[in-house]
Design a protein around this ligand. Structure first.
Ligand SMILES: *Cc1c(COP(=O)(O)O)cnc(C)c1O
Length: 366
């Protein structure tokens, strides 16, 4: 038996801890921003039929180009775009979760000797992916209220000349949106790659347009999305990217051959055939998020505006104690290491009620 530290591991990985929220068997899991609503039974049946057909040919490697999936993703995104700016399959890329997409981006455009600028607090995987690919991480600073103004992003790019800029919109864990003006300013300030992580885009308001609307004429702008959150498909592992076709050619240089299994492709294509049913709960979830934004302050906690399916709540004297007390009530939330704060996913109505009742019992309103 040896320990990890006994192995000749890369120096820059020595002493690191693996990423991952605690996985605990609880009744109410509000810790990793999943969609709490299971997918509708009828949709599940149709996906199973597609999987049943796909399994009959798994003796062969899958379509390396996942063409049908890329076409389906273009069809999904295009209603949000003017007809003359419509995306085609050539603009789309997919992988096993948007985390893999982001890793491929860093493999192709980052790496040793290169750097990525990001704005903490933000999705912690961004830094870990930078580390895993040997890309130097530059931490920019946000404005008040966790906002990033066009001036701020420009100043940080001018001062640090990164090879890539990562923006998370809406941002995890704060829920803060990023304006299109800020994304345009970032693009104009750099010759490098600008990545907008839009994992939560479907939960944003109708007045908060996607960076996908900026893609036309901006070949260095990359917008990553996922089916893990709004689409209730976290367990299937499907993330995707909308970008210039040349970007996808770059990702073809670093992706593993046949990286998307035939089963993943079949399941995702089938789910996308049922987009309206799959997204039916998004409005409900937004409603529960807004309920958290109203009710948490009544219990004495501060909240930040959120465009996502979670709320960052502050005012916890001892976040870890509250985390444990909620866990005793079979409710799991996320301690993301911001002093005095916990991140809470908006679940079903019943789950949100249980969470609010539990918090009320822990700290009655004064
Ligand atoms: C949850 C999340 C993802 C999703 O990752 P997948 O690998 O697609 O499941 C990506 N970015 C952010 C900011 C997230 O919070």
């Amino acid at each position: 038996m040896v320990n990890l530290s006994d192995l000749p591991i890369r120096d820059d990985l020595r002493g690191l801890e693996p990423y991952g929220a605690p996985q605990k068997p609880v009744r109410i899991a509000l810790n990793v921003n999943e969609n709490s609503h299971p997918i509708p039974e009828a949709v599940a049946q149709d996906i199973v039929e597609s999987l049943a057909a796909a399994i009959l040919t798994v003796n062969r490697y899958p379509d390396r180009e996942f063409t049908e999936l890329r076409e389906s993703l273009a069809r999904y995104l295009n209603p949000g775009l003017p007809a003359d700016k419509a995306l085609t399959a050539d603009n789309l890329w997919a992988a096993n979760g948007s985390n893999e997409v982001l890793q491929q981006i860093l493999q192709a455009f980052g790496g040793p000797g290169r750097s990525v600028l990001a704005f903490p607090p933000t999705y912690s995987m961004h830094k870990i992916l930078a580390s895993g690919t040997g890309t130097r991480w530059i931490a920019g600073e946000r404005d008040a209220g966790y906002e990033i103004s066009p001036e701020t992003v420009t100043r940080w790019i001018d001062e640090t000349t990164p090879d890539l800029v990562f923006l998370c919109a809406p941002n995890n864990p704060t829920g803060t949106g990023v304006s299109l003006e800020t994304i345009e300013a970032a693009y104009n300030a750099t010759d490098g790659i600008v990545v907008v992580d839009e994992a939560y885009a479907e939960f944003a308001g109708d007045d908060e347009p996607s960076a996908i609307t900026l893609l036309d004429g901006r070949p260095r702008l990359l917008v990553s999305r996922t089916m893990s959150k709004a689409f209730a498909f976290a367990g299937a592992r499907v993330g995707y990217l909308a970008a210039d076709p040349a970007v996808n050619d770059a990702l073809r240089l670093v992706r593993l051959p046949y990286h998307l299994s035939a089963l993943t492709q079949a399941a995702a294509v089938a789910a996308l055939r049922h987009t309206p049913e799959m997204l039916a709960m998004v409005d409900d979830i937004r409603g529960q998020r807004d309920r958290l934004l109203v009710e948490l302050p009544k219990l004495g906690y501060s909240v930040l505006p959120s465009s996502a399916n979670f709320v960052l709540a502050g005012g916890f004297d001892d976040p870890n104690a509250t985390f444990e007390a909620l866990l005793q009530r079979d409710i799991l939330v996320r301690d993301i290491g911001i002093e005095g704060h916990l991140r809470i996913t908006a679940g079903t109505k019943a789950e949100t009620t249980a969470l609010l009742d539990a918090l009320a019992s822990l700290r009655p309103a004064t």
